[in-house]
Ligand binder design. Structure first.
Ligand SMILES: C[S@@+](CC[C@H](N)C(=O)[O-])C[C@H]1O[C@@H](n2cnc3c(N)ncnc32)[C@H](O)[C@@H]1O
Length: 301
């Protein structure tokens, strides 16, 4: 198992994603002899996981069942241990597209945070690209490096524990793209410019507040970046469910008696008739603002 390559069978040392329900996923480090408790009972790694196919339905000790899925960056994003706020797949998809990331791309990122975006970048740039990620919080940097090793992607990434606003990314003229998710991105734009290739490249900065966006855009323009564009991407999901809608009663037809309503198929009078259908509706609560994504291009030197 690796986050950048699919394997068919679950092995000792892998990460598997246990699917308990649509909004309930749990990452599991597979270890011979270990057990994982779920609300459906115990999963015994040696017998229930190791040697089974990813995607298998596993019956737990209480008789309930779960699916055991191969990890992907998208699944990891919805069940990773949070050490910070993280980026979600709606923003990540647009960042990947607008930064023009592809296999072989060299990317600089700061801060690493919980590594949600990092995993998606690594999957996109594998097998020949490289990610230089900078995180000034020592424990977060170390934890991210440990996860990259466990997820078998550490050959694709260098984690540096330093302040990107003071020391930059530690590389010069190598990056095709730079991504910033820090409170004061405008202080890191000179370092981003230095990290990008001489032939130019793309930059993205994620900020929750418009004032941060304004300062970042001023810094980008003053350093010669072009094609500035700020966007917000909002996800609209729909739940598929069966609804029953009452049919309106417009009264008797001309000349018909009011006392003989047509019965509905179930026998109830037409005044109470309803139509039942499968429909897709937005949930009552929807995900709101995450942040503004500011993109820019560094032209050739
Ligand atoms: C919101 S989190 C990043 C989340 C990440 N994009 C993800 O998807 O998991 C911001 C991170 O930037 C780090 N950070 C803030 N300022 C920094 C700086 N000047 N240099 C390096 N890291 C910084 C913080 O410690 C924090 O871990």
């Amino acid at each position: 198992m690796s986050f950048v390559e699919y394997s068919e069978f679950i092995r000792d040392g892998d990460v598997a994603i246990v699917f308990l329900g649509h909004d309930s996923l749990m990452p599991v480090k597979v270890q011979s002899g270990a057990q994982t408790q779920t609300r459906y009972g115990v999963i015994r790694h040696s017998t229930d996981l190791i040697g089974q196919r990813f995607g298998s339905k596993v019956t737990c000790s209480k008789g309930g069942w779960v699916y055991v899925l191969h990890p992907t960056p998208e699944l990891w994003t919805v069940c990773l241990p949070h050490r910070t706020q993280i980026l979600y797949t709606t923003d990540i998809a647009n960042i990947t597209l607008m930064l023009e990331l592809k296999p072989g791309s060299v990317v600089c990122e700061s801060g690493t945070g919980s590594g949600s975006l990092s995993h998606a970048i690594l999957r996109t740039i594998a097998p020949t690209g490289h990610l230089h990620t900078v995180e000034f919080h020592a424990q977060r940097a170390e934890k991210a490096a440990q996860e990259f090793r466990e997820h078998k992607v550490s050959h694709l990434v260098t984690v540096k524990n330093q302040d990107v606003c003071k020391e930059g990314f530690g590389v010069t003229g190598v990056a095709d793209a730079v991504f910033l998710d820090i409170p004061s991105p405008w202080e890191a734009i000179t370092h981003a410019k230095r990290a990008l290739k001489r032939k130019g490249g793309r930059l993205c900065s994620f900020s929750p507040c418009m004032e941060q966006v304004q300062r970042t855009c001023e810094a980008l323009l003053s350093l010669g970046f072009e094609e500035l564009c700020t966007m917000e991407v909002l996800l609209q999901t729909h739940d598929v469910r069966t609804v029953s809608l009452p049919l309106p009663d417009f009264g008797p037809k001309d000349g018909q008696s009011e006392t003989t309503p047509n019965p509905a198929p179930d026998g109830t009078p037409s005044a109470h008739a309803s139509v039942t259908c499968r429909t897709a509706t937005p949930p009552r609560e929807i995900a709101g603002h995450t942040g503004y994504l500011t993109f820019a291009t560094k032209p050739r030197d």
